[in-house]
Design a protein around this ligand. Sequence first.
Ligand SMILES: NC(=O)c1ccc[n+]([C@@H]2O[C@H](COP(=O)([O-])OP(=O)(O)OC[C@H]3O[C@@H](n4cnc5c(N)ncnc54)[C@H](OP(=O)(O)O)[C@@H]3O)[C@@H](O)[C@H]2O)c1
Length: 312
Amino acid sequence: MNKYLKQYKWENIKAMMRNNKADPKECHDSFKDRLVLITGATSGIGYVTAREYAKYGSNLLVINRNEEKSQNLCTEIQNEFGVTCNYEIADFSHLSDIHKVKDKIRESDLEIDVFIHNAGVYNTKKKFTDDDIEEVFQVDYLGAFILTYGLKEKLKAQGKARIIFVNSEGHRFAILGIHLDDLKWDHHRYTGLKSYGSAKTAQLLSMIKFKEYFKHSGVTINAMHPGDVKTNMGENNGRSYRWFKHKFINRKARSPEISAKALYYLGVSNDLDGVTGRFFNLTTEEDPAPPALDEEMAQKLWEKSIELGGLE
Ligand SMILES: NC(=O)c1ccc[n+]([C@@H]2O[C@H](COP(=O)([O-])OP(=O)(O)OC[C@H]3O[C@@H](n4cnc5c(N)ncnc54)[C@H](OP(=O)(O)O)[C@@H]3O)[C@@H](O)[C@H]2O)c1
């Protein structure tokens, strides 16, 4: 029997269902002149979150794949809020793009206050990147891993950043855990839910190792579920999925404003001082699913990610 099955607790599922209906705690403190990095800020949660931080005075560095959308976003934010908004272009389905941005930030004198890893994709069909890695694993997990790993010394030396992974309750779909020996899904049936769940579980496993690395440094790292909210997520898929999404998922989905409020609270509120290695449903702490708590797997994944990501 799979080792995780006996570790599941109904209590945790019930807590998730309860928390899914809750509103996030809010923080209204100023964050003037602080620097916030957000990946995937051209749409949905990232976009609303960029505006939320700008509203409270933060300067932004957004990392997106689309130049025109990035220009429009930064112009809009600068005009409306009078803060600085710069952007870098990186398509996370190209490892070389991620490395380029990571190196540029590492060599810069930017002082990072909050780093929100938000970019993500949901694929109903298996797809590989030019780096020959399953796309959801690369975009939703490996991209954030490479950026965090590559910037870890800088962040530690600065000793103040709050790193936040925009994760998902969807990590629970990797019921039996991640298949580290079959990341290309050659020997397991691929489904959108399973690949998404695996990538998000991988991210929670990486948090265990990053938390250890940043211990006592002043840097914290947490993950959160941003609510089930109406965005462009999944719109890249075929007609039948989009029909299903519009007819059923979107009807129940909430506004991404709740995600932005939660991400502002987690990034800024004093309540989170020193809090690290936790998973939040919006702003309520929860226990992640058992496969996301497996320390042995976290170590193996760490090594595999360094290898796949071409990191020293
Ligand atoms: N919506 C929900 O209910 C929900 C629930 C749980 C978790 N999440 C998580 O929330 C995060 C944000 O998703 P969202 O719902 O706001 O979806 P979204 O509206 O589709 O936004 C996704 C963002 O990621 C960017 N992105 C996609 N592929 C990329 C790539 N290859 N390289 C670089 N950037 C890329 C998109 O850029 P473009 O604008 O160029 O497409 C966009 O800025 C994701 O990590 C998702 O898994 C969402």
